[in-house]
Write a protein that binds this ligand. Structure first.
Ligand code: GTP
Ligand code: MG
Length: 181
């Protein structure tokens, strides 16, 4: 799905949509692979892998919408803008609504400026969203507590934060409960 024009039909069939949004390389596609039990969503150690919106149907019940990552500087100004527009046009400027938006951040990095902008937009548009603090396998126990607390302080109490790892699958059960509830 390159743009929304002409591709709207698939998303207009009433099946609930769950969108995955976050910076490039935070692990959106990896998480979708786990939730769909497959390798359909291409992942890469090289940021900027997902360049268009990919949609996966799970159990004939949900669409998982894999969005390109924001905030990656490889593409020229124009390319980067286009990706930003694509994300906006799906999330904030279209007839589509999401049952849930899953915003993924890197727990080791915390919230970047771009993450905060996204957070503010999600709030402004009253999206029902949860935050996945990913890659917790890369931190020690004490780093984990420190970082998760910092993230909680920035996000506030009103949004759920799920510490998660695609590598160890820690947090998977509570995450899928929340996503598919
Ligand atoms: P874009 O499509 O570029 O926006 O990236 P993405 O958010 O879809 O990230 P992707 O799933 O492609 O993962 C990027 C890299 O991070 C890959 O090398 C993954 O193996 C790695 N990765 C994803 N999740 C985890 C995790 O929980 N722990 C660790 N250690 N690595 C992870
Ligand atoms: Mg991706």
């Amino acid at each position: 799905m390159k743009g929304l024009v002409g591709d709207d039909e698939i998303l207009a069939d009433g099946i609930p949509q769950i969108a995955f949004v976050g910076r490039s390389n935070v692990g959106k596609s990896s998480l979708i692979n786990i939730l769909t039990n497959s390798k359909v969503s291409r992942t890469s150690s090289f940021p900027g892998r997902t360049q268009e919106i990919n949609i996966f149907l799970v159990n004939n019940s949900f669409y998982l919408v894999d969005l390109p990552g924001y905030g990656f500087a490889r593409s020229s100004g124009l390319g980067r803008e286009k990706i930003g527009e694509l994300i906006d046009s799906y999330l904030f400027n279209s007839i589509h609504s999401q049952k849930k938006v899953v915003m993924i951040i890197d727990a080791n990095v915390g919230l970047t400026d771009k993450d905060i902008l996204m957070l503010e937009e999600l709030e402004k548009f009253n999206k029902d969203f949860i935050i996945v603090a990913n890659k917790i396998d890369k931190m020690t126990q004490s780093e984990y507590h420190k970082k998760i607390n910092e993230i909680k302080k920035v996000v506030g109490e009103q949004h759920l934060i799920v510490p998660f790892s695609s590598k160890t699958r820690k947090g998977l059960e509570s995450l899928s409960d929340k996503i598919f509830e």
